[in-house]
Every structure is written in structure tokens, then in C-alpha cells.
Design a binder for this molecule. Sequence first.
Ligand code: TXA
Ligand code: MG
Length: 357
Amino acid sequence: MTAKIVPVDAVHPDAGTISSLGDALRAGDLVAFPTETVYGLGADATNAAAVAEIFRAKGRPASDPLIVHLASVADLAEVTGRSLAESGEVVQQLAEAFWPGPLTLIVPRGPRIPENVAAGRATVGVRVPAHPVAHALISAAGVPIAAPSANRFGHTSPTTAAHVFTDLSEHIPWILDGGSCTIGIESTILDVTQTPPVLLRPGGVSVEAIEAVIGTPIIHHERQAIAPDEGAVAPGMLLSHYAPRARLLVFESDDVSAMLARMEAETRALIEAGNRVGVLIADENADRFRALGAQVVASLGASADLESIARSLFAGLRLLDDAGVEVIVTRSFRREGLGLALRDRLWRAAGGTIIPV
Ligand code: TXA
Ligand code: MG
């Protein structure tokens, strides 16, 4: 099998194209499609055989549950067995504030959703994506769509159709190409079956924004990751996730100039030791690393603009891998707003190590 890439306009996708890929989903095929966060690998969430194909195509362990995507919050009952009005005040407040958008809620699993979607759990993740192509495709399919990020398991998440093709071209039939994802990191995952709600993964909606809407603090473990052999305490939240091929060194400090000086020294030492080094850095710092003779310096955007950094992060890691570097030197960002999600992804991509300066 070689995946076929089907281009569509990101804002006004062609109705005929969308309708035929909606038919493919309903017939049990896999279709990769853009969302505002990252590309998803979709299957009919009510069809256990189609869902099993997702795990096969990604090389994903069956213990790692999937997120179900809806065209509209009005379809919530198909996933949970309960309408929005029956889902409690917190779900109503969050759905009203953040759907469509990059927030996944963990809710009770209804009878239409087979066990393998949720890795056997009594709960299921659900979100309503904001991307016009995702919305149109799910509407056309007429069924809820289970979709993990469209990468091989453990690899960097895809933010373009080309990234999906690189990872999955041998394993899936269709890739809907709607250009680059506008947010660039995955949805925030919040377990609202617990009181207070528990943050399972920081992402496109900030903790601060969630707390402002529900009016109470959520539970948020700074370190929610588990070692790969500890079992499914927090499924999918493994260290060594989002990983590039190259060794990744992530530096962090409140003192930015000290951090940059240390990164320069490390980069220089790595180059002198014969390594091909790539640097992933904010725009305003790129020139000083180019001057060191790093193989490739990828710019993330202005360090003050965390939205731009998020949009460029995964693409930057893939670009450096494609350039064949052996080591990637990069930095973390302040731990507020989107910075929390950026730090989480960098930390996991580096196998659970951040180097304090
Ligand atoms: O932005 C996103 O969320 C993207 C796009 C495609 O929507 N999807 C995504 O899916 O990131 P994935 O499969 O890469 O991450 C889903 C994670 C799982 O690894 C697990 O940690 C969590 O969601 N999850 C799903 N269902 C769960 C459940 N019932 N209980 C706890 N965690 C769950
Ligand atoms: Mg993923």
C-alpha cells in the first residue's frame, strides 16, 4: 500500500472530495486528516475492526486509548450515552468555552463506543476539533471518528501531510492534505470524571484558561509521566514519546543569558568532538548558533510568542532529523500558558531529561 495524498483547501474544502473520504471512513478505511492541533489518523469510532487498523498502522500498543472526534457537541451522546445537558456543569462550561477547539475531555464511555477505542476503560476521550477540514470530514462520515496523532508510535507528531506520509505511507490508504496545522501541539487532556478535574496532558488550551472557566483549581501533577515499564497508570503519557531520531538535549533556566551561554558551549564542544549538531532555537538567538558552525539552525519564532514556537516545534525536530544531524540542542520555555505543553513535549522527546542551567 502507498498512501494517496489528497489536497483540499484548508478553509473551504471541496465538498466532493470530503464526501468520498467520508464514505471511505464509513466503509472502515483509515483516513489521515488535519486538525488545528496535529494531523489525526481517523477511523469510524463505532467500528471495532476499523479501530484495530489504527493500532496496526501506527504500531501502537492496544493499552493506549484513542480520542474520539465529533463534528458537533450535539453528538456527545453518541460517545458517552449522555447528552450535554446530562453531562454535568463542568462539562457544559468547558464545552461551551472551548469546543470546537484543542481540549479533550475524559468522560464515561457509552455503549456505541467499542472497548478497543478506550483500551478497555470505562472512560473515553472526546473532543470537537475546530479545523474546517476535520469538521467537514467528520460531518460527512456521519459517525464519531477515533483519531490518534498520525505518526508511528513514539515518534514526533505530524503537523503537515508530508510528515504523515513519511511515517505512515506504507500503512494507510488516504491522507487529506489541508496544509500546516495552526496550533502545532496536541489538545489538552482533562479528566472530568474526577472532582476536581485532573490534567492528564497539557496542550493547546492552557491550565489558566480552564481554571478561569470552571472557577476552581484543577489537579495538575508537574510530572505525570511514567517509565515505560510501569504499566498503564497514565496511558500514552510515556517518557520517550514525540522523539526525533537524533539525541535531543533540552536546556532550561530562569536566567536566559546563562542558558544560552551554556547551550553555546555545549554546541561548540559537540561540534569539536565530531558530531553533526542541529540547533532548534528562538529567532532572536539563531545567528549566534549559526556563527558556531552548527549543521542546521532551525528557528522557532520569537521567544515571547509561544504560539509561534508551538506551531514550529514538531516541524523543527523533523527538519533537523531530515538534515541528518546526530544531536539536537534546544531550550525549554517559561512554564505558563502554552509553555507548559511545550516543556512537556520537549521533556518527553528527550526521554525524560531536561538539563537545568
Ligand atoms: O490534539 C490531539 O489530541 C490529537 C488530534 C489528532 O486530535 N490527538 C492525539 O491523540 O494527540 P493521541 O492518541 O496521540 O493521544 C491520545 C492520548 C492517549 O495517549 C492517552 O494518554 C489519552 O489521550 N487518553 C485517551 N483516552 C483516555 C482515557 N479514557 N483515559 C485516560 N487517557 C486517555
Ligand atoms: Mg500521539
